[in-house]
Design a protein around this ligand. Structure first.
Ligand SMILES: *Cc1c(COP(=O)(O)O)cnc(C)c1O
Length: 425
């Protein structure tokens, strides 16, 4: 299951089987893409959580998890927006909707396949590697949770001031090593990079890791097998845009499947003003993000409603990245104000009783604006990717356990100092 070849999108060649765990092509600077042996998708509901889509995940074995997107319609929201064929795909915590993602966001869809792929790599190549993740937000929590539930080792690197925001719903064991850096997020990334230079530690790979992209792609798979066809439009809030790439790649596979239609859904990717680098570059018809696309980033980043959407170096211009995805489907970018996002969150909570992640509220606000402006045909099929939410219920239903800090390090901690801290871990 999940058998695949890796194709380099820049050079067009298929990598040799021995390179199947690589994150980058040795010869070209584009993304790699999985081409699965299964041309048709067989859903396997007997497998846990998102692993029901294992045919199109780059893993040999499922891991135990309940995390899986859920697709449903909301008659009240359809009426409000005048869109009878609106479908919501939610990945968060709402047992009432049948969704049980314990850390509340679609980052868990990336974490489990990534860990499963790493475990297979160790089994095939020998030598266990420890994954290193720099994130104080949803990604950090998702990997902490997945590592805790599977017993796999994981190093988390976060800015010191955010260390308290990392929690899991089962107490983290000794297999999680949380390192706090006395600096900002960029310092945490640099520290994580230094840790990855130590033998035995590897980066999770971000958008370059097909396990992360195809894990996120299960959102569109879930939507399409539920609806029975590809949607005309897909709305998502983006920071890195990896979810947009994932939706595009999943759509290409579903077209290849043959049962769900032959047209790519138009991606509507939303950013949150005032930090909108991809929206700005797109409006200027550029493949590259320039400094002028994010003026005063130090001021605009802390000013957004949805902090997870503030990525300064998204995989936008890279071959096979966000620019190519949006161009190929004839989609576009938009931006949403803080007040519209907050309003959208309130409307959604009133109707569906879920407190949305601020980023999911941005996506919903983008859909509302597009509907108001008449950009969507009344009978078009629309998928709204609600990427997270249900945090209040998580606290009540499950409880949140802070991940304990193992060590606070300075921004200049060298690889040798970090190695000493990680010795015996
Ligand atoms: C990370 C994240 C996003 C943005 O996802 P990308 O596709 O990586 O840009 C949106 N919503 C939530 C809740 C997230 O955690």
């Amino acid at each position: 299951m999940g058998e695949y070849n890796l194709r380099c999108l820049a050079g067009g060649e298929i990598l040799p089987p021995a390179s199947r765990f690589e994150l980058t092509c040795p010869a070209h600077a584009g993304l790699l893409r999985a081409e699965y042996a299964a041309g048709r998708l067989t859903v396997r509901p007997e497998l846990s959580g998102l692993f029901r889509y294992i045919d199109w995940l780059p893993v040999a074995e499922p891991l135990p998890t309940k995390a899986c997107p859920v697709t449903f319609q909301s008659p009240a929201l359809s009426r409000l927006l005048g869109l009878p064929n609106l479908w919501l795909t939610f990945t968060g915590w709402s047992p009432a909707h049948g969704c049980r993602v314990q850390t509340g966001s679609f980052k868990e869809l990336e974490a489990y396949p990534t860990l499963s792929r790493l475990r297979e790599k160790a089994a095939v190549l020998g030598g266990t590697e420890t994954i290193v993740v720099a994130s104080a937000g949803n990604t950090g929590r998702a990997f902490a949770q997945a590592a805790t539930e599977t017993g796999m080792k994981c190093v988390l690197v976060v800015p010191e001031k955010n260390a308290a925001s990392l929690w899991t719903t089962v107490p983290a064991g000794n297999n999680i090593c949380l390192i706090a850096v006395s600096g900002d997020y960029t310092d945490a990334i640099r520290t994580a990079d230094r840790i990855c230079s130590i033998n035995g530690f590897v980066s999770e790979g971000g958008a370059k890791n097909i396990a992360r992209r195809d894990g996120m792609g299960t959102v569109l798979l879930d939507a399409v097998v539920t609806i029975g066809r590809l949607p005309d439009r897909y709305f998502q809030a983006v920071g890195s845009g990896t979810g947009g790439i994932a939706a595009w790649e999943a759509s290409l596979r579903l077209i290849g499947d043959g049962r769900f239609g032959g047209r790519l859904p138009k991606l509507h990717l939303a950013q949150n003003r005032p930090f909108t680098p991809m929206t700005s570059a797109w409006r200027h018809c550029r493949r590259d993000i320039l400094p002028e696309d994010m003026p005063d980033a130090d001021v605009s980043i802390p000013a957004v409603y949805a902090p997870v959407l503030t990525n300064r170096s998204p995989p936008y211009g890279i071959i096979g990245g966000v620019y190519d995805a949006v161009t190929d489907c004839g989609g576009g970018f938009c931006s949403v104000s803080n007040s519209r996002a907050a309003e959208a969150a309130a409307v959604f909570e009133e109707i569906e009783e879920i407190d949305l992640d601020p980023a999911a509220a941005v996506a919903f606000a983008a859909l509302m604006e597009a509907a108001e402006k008449g950009h969507i045909g009344r009978h078009e099929t629309v998928v709204l990717n609600l990427t997270g939410g249900g945090y209040r219920a998580i606290r009540k239903d499950l409880g949140c356990f802070p991940v304990p800090v193992r060590k606070i390090v300075s921004v200049s901690a060298a690889a040798e100092d970090l190695k000493e801290i990680l010795d015996g871990f």
